[in-house]
Ligand binder design. Structure first.
Ligand code: FES
Ligand code: FES
Length: 177
């Protein structure tokens, strides 16, 4: 059996760019992004799957990158906070976070933003949450209770939750017009 310390040659696709890397099997996706690729927008909070600061998108779905081994994500489309803006500038959620004061220190913000992007897609796809009363109802109201429950994996130590909720609701309502 190969040693887990042996370097593996892999290609990670991050924000539309393919990166060739030599990584030990034990390296987390979070460490690969930050230490090997210099993409330090993704933050390391707890490093144990409890805070959401390390949230990134993989094929459009949110994951905690501290809980993921980098070598498992070869061939997947990874998006970090650095990849959210496009040619027109900041992502609408980034603008809304600024307008609504959805952060203070900003440490949790990249994870909040990536999580919110995926969360809105989940909601639009009809995925229920723990507070959805009628699981079979495809017309779930995008209420504050739904936003808070669906974002509950992303902690903000300075308590910017009101602004975060307002920003997400603002963007969702704009997208739904
Ligand atoms: S750093 Fe990954 S969940 Fe906290
Ligand atoms: S803005 Fe400070 S931890 Fe979230």
């Amino acid at each position: 059996m190969d040693s887990p310390l042996a370097a593996n040659s892999i290609v990670l696709s991050v924000n539309g760019i393919d990166y060739k890397l030599q990584l030990e099997a034990r390296v987390s996706l979070l460490d690969a992004l930050r230490e090997n690729l210099g993409l330090t927008g993704t933050k390391k909070g707890c490093n144990q799957g409890a805070c959401g600061a390390c949230t990134v998108l993989v094929d459009g779905e949110r994951i905690n990158s501290c809980f993921a081994l980098a070598i498992q994500y070869e061939g997947r489309k990874i998006t970090t906070i650095e990849g959210l803006p496009d040619a027109d500038g900041l992502h609408p959620l980034q603008k809304a976070f600024i307008e609504q004061d959805g952060f203070q220190c900003g440490y949790c913000t990249p994870g909040q933003l990536c999580s919110a992007v995926a969360m809105m897609n989940e909601f639009q796809s009809g995925w229920p949450s723990a507070v959805t009363e009628k699981m079979a109802d495809r017309n779930i109201e995008f209420s504050d209770a739904e936003i808070k429950e669906r974002m509950s994996g992303n902690l903000c130590r300075c308590g910017a939750y009101v602004g975060i909720t307002d920003a997400i609701r603002q963007v969702y309502e704009e997208l739904s017009k």
